[in-house]
Write a protein that binds this ligand. Structure first.
Ligand code: XUL
Ligand code: CO
Length: 438
């Protein structure tokens, strides 16, 4: 008997299918803009939401009904691994992602914790031998345990910092062991609540030192994963140091780290920062820093990180537009850092949710590819900036203009004529593309 016994492999049935357990748009082998959908999207399942998550929220505990509910400790961890590979296969996804503490329970000491981790890592490695599903990225959970209450890499306590170093070292070893293509740093506790008790400069210096140590150690052990930092503006702390893409890039630049990292951008983190997801992707892209995506969506009526499955086609379209313009995600992918709602507690909801998210991204990919092919936005934008291709504008672009030359031009050009930005027209056009009418 398998964990998700009643559910068969999810197949592509096309846009008219009414089968809830079939893909309507995600057709893995279909070629879009020169690559298969599977190659473009590189979907990953997040272990924490799908197998470790229980539907709890700050006001109540577990609601999820899962086949592994009756197990505890390492047996529970093993049952989840078994379930996870069945799940990957049924959805035919190429990747998964985890935190160290998602896959194995903590022991009473670091030694015990590492031993638990070893048991589960070797089990996962065995499953990976016969599964097509690979590890997109792993990471270290340095935020849940009480020891991280004052931060991890930005703690005020050197003993905690040393623990963090040890945990990170082990986590990099796990990544190498399982052939992770990327390694993610999300600074859950890397921020502060009040300046009244905080040495911000020391905290940031120490965080940068930790990243340098990680680069050094990865090199030593031959772990060649792409390092990714995942920005988030708030939660759990009020001020998170990796607020958004621009802040994170500035931090990496200041500390000589920029060449060693890219960004793992998350949709709900973008909206919490007051940005759209496509804005974050654009900032990363024009700085050569677009690495990977945590696909989800927030609820704009709620001020916290709801991690819902992505269904907003407007957003997936404009996000995939950035990805395509970036030439793809290279070693990154589209990881569903998303959880079923507390009220969606049955195992099949996990499948409905992933089908919905994969279809939303597949449709976004197809629409974005068509927009680019038709130059639906490019021609308009090129025309909008045409004044920078000739005369004084071309001099600005060439770096030849001075304040004197600009003044001279302005004095001799008494009439300035602006043109409409046509926002409403462009939105209507995007709607036509999403509806498949163009
Ligand atoms: C938290 C979050 C994390 C990271 C990995 O908001 O997004 O799960 O993706 O630590
Ligand atoms: Co995330």
């Amino acid at each position: 008997m398998t964990t998700f016994g009643s559910i068969n492999k999810i197949e592509f049935e096309g846009r008219h299918s009414r089968n809830p357990l079939a893909f309507k748009y995600y057709n893995p082998q279909e070629v879009v803009a020169g690559k298969t959908m599977e190659e473009h999207l590189r979907f990953a399942i997040s272990y924490w939401h799908t197998f470790t998550g229980e539907g709890s929220d700050p006001f109540g505990g577990k609601t999820a009904i899962r086949a592994w509910d009756h197990y505890t400790g390492l047996d529970l961890a093993k049952a989840r691994v078994e379930a996870s590979f069945e799940f990957y296969e049924k959805l035919d996804v190429p990747f998964f992602c985890f935190h160290d503490r998602d896959i194995a329970p903590e022991g009473n000491t670091l030694q015990e914790t590492n031993k638990n981790l070893d048991v589960i890592v070797s089990m996962i490695k065995d499953y990976m031998k016969t599964s097509k599903t690979k590890l997109l990225w792993n990471t270290a959970n340095m935020f849940s345990n009480a020891r991280f209450t004052h931060g991890a890499g930005t703690t005020c306590n050197a003993d905690v910092y040393a623990y963090v170093g040890a945990q990170l070292k082990k986590s990099l070893e796990v990544g190498k062991e399982l052939g992770a293509q990327n390694y993610v740093f999300w600074g859950g506790r890397e921020g502060y609540e009040t300046l009244l008790n905080t040495d911000m400069e020391l905290e940031l210096d120490n965080l940068a030192k930790l990243y340098h140590m990680a680069i050094q150690y990865a090199k030593e052990i031959g772990f060649d994963a792409q390092f990714l930092i995942e920005p988030k503006p708030k939660e759990p702390t009020k001020h998170q140091y990796d607020f958004d893409a621009a802040t994170t890039i500035a931090f990496l630049q200041k500390y000589g780290l920029k060449d060693y990292f890219k960004l793992n951008l998350e949709a709900n983190h973008a909206t919490l920062a007051g940005h759209t997801f496509e804005h974050e992707c654009r900032v990363a892209r024009i700085n050569g820093m677009l690495g990977s995506l945590d696909a989800n969506q927030g609820d704009l009526l709620l001020g916290w990180d709801t991690d819902e499955f992505p269904q907003d086609l407007y957003s997936t379209t404009l996000t995939m537009y950035e990805v395509l313009q970036n030439g793809g995600l290279d070693r990154g992918g589209v990881n569903f850092d998303a959880k079923v709602r507390r009220g969606s507690f049955e195992p099949e909801d996990l499948f409905y949710a992933h089908v919905a998210g994969m279809d939303a991204y597949a449709k976004g990919l197809k629409v974005a590819a068509k927009l680019i092919e038709d130059r639906a936005l490019e021609d308009f934008i090129a025309n909008r900036y045409r004044s920078f291709r000739e005369g004084i504008g071309a001099e600005v672009v060439a770096g030849k203009a001075t304040l004197q030359s600009l003044e001279q031009y302005a004095l001799n050009n008494p009439t300035i004529k602006n043109e409409s930005g046509r926002l409403e027209l462009l939105r209507a056009t995007i709607n036509q593309y999403i509806l498949g009418d163009l």
